[in-house]
Design a protein around this ligand. Structure first.
Ligand code: MRU
Length: 351
């Protein structure tokens, strides 16, 4: 399985997802500004992977910072990383976690070398825990998929979007590992093409059969009985179970309901934001017009075309069959189920 991100003595190393699938190159970020830039440019993307990058960004920032005015520098590092992308809550969760470690060590007067080492260790733990969570949620989710058939997914919620193994693709991987005979329909996911560039590449590496669709083909295939389940990831899940995910997810969920296809969301609890009552409060990132008017630098619309480019949409909880987390499977009513899961109680998996 691909190493999405790694802490090394040279710096934070990440596979450059803007170059996949044509080039497998790795970017070494030697300070926090480079990590922030990599998140913004989507060299690394996907909610849990962004969280891992932010944690390592904080660690490398403090490692390289001057001893003087470290508290001020620490807040600058956190603010810079927090300003990269607004939707995935894992980014803010990871920064808060790093801040907690920093503040508690400062409060007890730890020396700076101890603080620096503790932050590096914490960032590596964020990565390891994310991989463990994905394997756990994969096992819960595998039980929900058919023994054989076709599963549709959107965007890339795989190893590349996480510390490793993946959320939606983690569920598919776990089901295949358990012996299910599945093939995958991957939507290309305009405009950034995470489906065609990343999901197809990733599944091909694993030998899981995958067929690529353009986004506007999904409804037709559902109507013709070619889809037995849909599994997607999430960037932020509100307390009521509304799900922000890659643009186009909402349309799929509505089509799934129309065609009586189960629609599953797979995400670690680090993606659940209990502070927000509903999805209406989730900030939706608007990205640059070039992503829509160009493909890899090639202009495909008239110059100076006015563009709308929301990177995410919100699927209302009523379209979500279940939310699969590392602590169990939540079903409606989501307010109680998500609260119980996030507070650590396990919730039984129903068939
Ligand atoms: O803009 P991206 O590529 O960061 O968006 C990614 C998604 O929407 C994923 O589906 C989501 O982050 C879940 S990744 C496990």
């Amino acid at each position: 399985m691909v190493n999405t991100i790694e802490w090394t003595p040279e710096g934070v190393v990440m596979i450059d997802q803007t170059k996949l699938p044509s080039e497998e190159t790795f970017l070494v970020c030697r300070d926090y500004v480079e990590v922030a830039d990599a998140i913004r440019r989507m060299v690394i993307r996907g909610a849990p992977a962004i969280g891992c990058a932010a944690a390592m960004g904080v660690a490398i920032g403090v490692l390289k910072a001057d001893d003087s005015e470290l508290d001020t520098r620490f807040e600058e590092i956190c603010d810079t990383l927090a300003a990269t992308r607004p939707t995935a809550v894992n980014l803010f969760w990871a920064i808060d976690r790093m801040r907690g470690v920093y503040k508690s060590l400062r409060a007890r007067g730890a020396d700076l070398s101890e603080i620096r080492q503790a932050l590096v260790d914490e960032a590596c733990r964020v990565l390891e825990e994310d991989i463990d969570s994905n394997r756990a949620l994969g096992r819960y989710g595998a039980d929900l998929l058919p023994a054989s058939g076709t599963v549709m997914t959107h965007c890339n919620a795989g190893a590349l979007a996480t510390g490793g193994y993946g959320t939606a693709l983690g569920v598919i991987r776990a089901a295949v590992e358990a012996g299910n005979s599945l093939d995958v329909l991957a939507n290309e996911t305009r405009p950034f093409m995470q489906g065609s560039r990343l999901t197809v590449w990733e599944l091909q590496q694993d030998g899981i059969p995958v067929t690529l669709l353009t986004d506007n083909m999904a409804g037709h295939l559902m109507q013709r009985g070619r889809v037995q389940a849909i599994v997607v990831g999430a960037d932020r899940i509100a307390a009521n179970g509304d799900v922000a995910n890659k643009i186009g997810t909402y349309s799929l969920a509505v089509l799934a309901r129309e065609n009586e296809i189960p629609f599953y969301v797979a995400a670690p609890t680090t993606t659940v934001d209990l502070q927000l009552e509903s999805g209406a409060e989730i900030p939706i990132e608007e990205r640059s017009a070039d992503e829509v008017t160009q493909i890899r630098g090639h202009q495909i619309a008239p110059l100076a075309t006015q563009v709308c480019n929301p990177a995410f949409d919100v699927t209302p909880n009523r379209y979500v069959t279940a939310i699969i987390t590392e602590k169990g499977v939540a079903r409606a009513p989501y307010v109680a189920a998500l609260k119980a899961l996030c507070e650590g109680q396990s919730v039984a998996v129903e068939a």
